[in-house]
Write a new protein. Structure first.
Length: 276
């Protein structure tokens, strides 16, 4: 069985309970985590240890919190007051875990589902999304990581252009795959609004409701947007159900047959702020 799992964010105890709830067996099943493996929860290192121990039975994506950990580890960014991945930075095996994390992809396909952490721009189809993700992942896994990390920060450009090259191209790819929520009518990303769709700001639409989206009809699963809650549609799964905020950790079986949604409640590790 293949289960897709929403944002864990260092909540290892909840992840363990979720694996028990779905009857997970690494010899038989596969787990795919949609990014934000670490941070805000109490046990980021334990999450990485658990997932790495599963070997090929677990596939992971990078989310914005995972990239933030890489940047802090390389001295590119200062830690935030709310960061809780100090256990990863303090372990003697720190470098091994940083290397393991930076080898994880930004997009993948599992059981026909295009899996990303946050979103996909309207002009991209699934093949282009995977190709662009691979471009950036090669940089993250490559020898010039420390030089690349500072280049990924910033909100511009916010609209896709096939002519984009170099840092501007890579920055937009990272921002889309790990930060996207809303788009303006012309497809420009908005990085301010974090509310759920019932409180969408005027002039903005969720990226997955943009007219003419080239991935329309392609099953897509994503996390990142906890204020959405669970979305379970035939071709769309939103699986960040706010585990770290006292919500739930969610897994959905997607390998054919009956769709199965399993959730375990989570104690709050952080207090929700505006838009979380």
């Amino acid at each position: 069985m293949i289960h897709l799992v929403g944002d864990v964010q260092g909540c290892d105890e909840a992840l363990g309970r979720l694996l028990q709830a779905i009857g997970f067996s690494p010899s038989r099943d596969r787990l795919v985590l949609l990014g934000d493996l670490v941070n805000r929860g109490p046990a980021s290192l334990a999450v990485l240890q658990r997932l790495a121990a599963l070997g090929d039975a677990a596939g992971c994506l990078l989310g914005n919190h995972d990239l933030h950990l890489l940047a802090v580890a390389h001295g590119v960014r200062a830690p935030h007051r709310s960061d809780t991945f100090g256990d990863v930075l303090a372990t003697p095996a720190r470098q091994a875990w940083i290397d393991w994390l930076r080898r994880q992809p930004l997009a993948r396909v599992e059981a026909g589902w295009l899996c990303v952490h946050a979103g996909v721009l309207p002009p991209w189809d699934a093949a282009q999304t995977l190709a662009l993700a691979a471009e950036v992942q090669a940089l993250l896994a490559g020898p010039a990581l420390a030089e690349f990390l500072p280049l990924m920060y910033g909100n511009e450009p916010a609209r896709w252009d096939e002519a984009l090259q170099g840092p501007e191209r890579w920055r937009l790819v990272i921002n889309t795959l790990t930060r996207a929520r809303y788009c303006h009518a012309d497809g420009t990303l908005d990085f301010k609004a974090k509310e759920g769709t019932e409180r969408a700001p005027p002039g903005l639409r969720p990226w997955f409701e943009m007219p003419g989206r080239r991935t329309a009809g392609q099953p897509i699963a994503f996390g990142h947007w906890s204020t959405l809650g669970l979305i379970d549609r035939p071709d769309l799964l939103a699986l960040d159900t706010g585990c770290v905020w006292g919500g739930a950790l969610t897994a959905v079986r997607v390998d054919g047959g009956r769709r199965e949604v399993v959730q375990v409640p989570c104690p709050a590790a952080q207090q929700p702020g505006p838009g979380r």
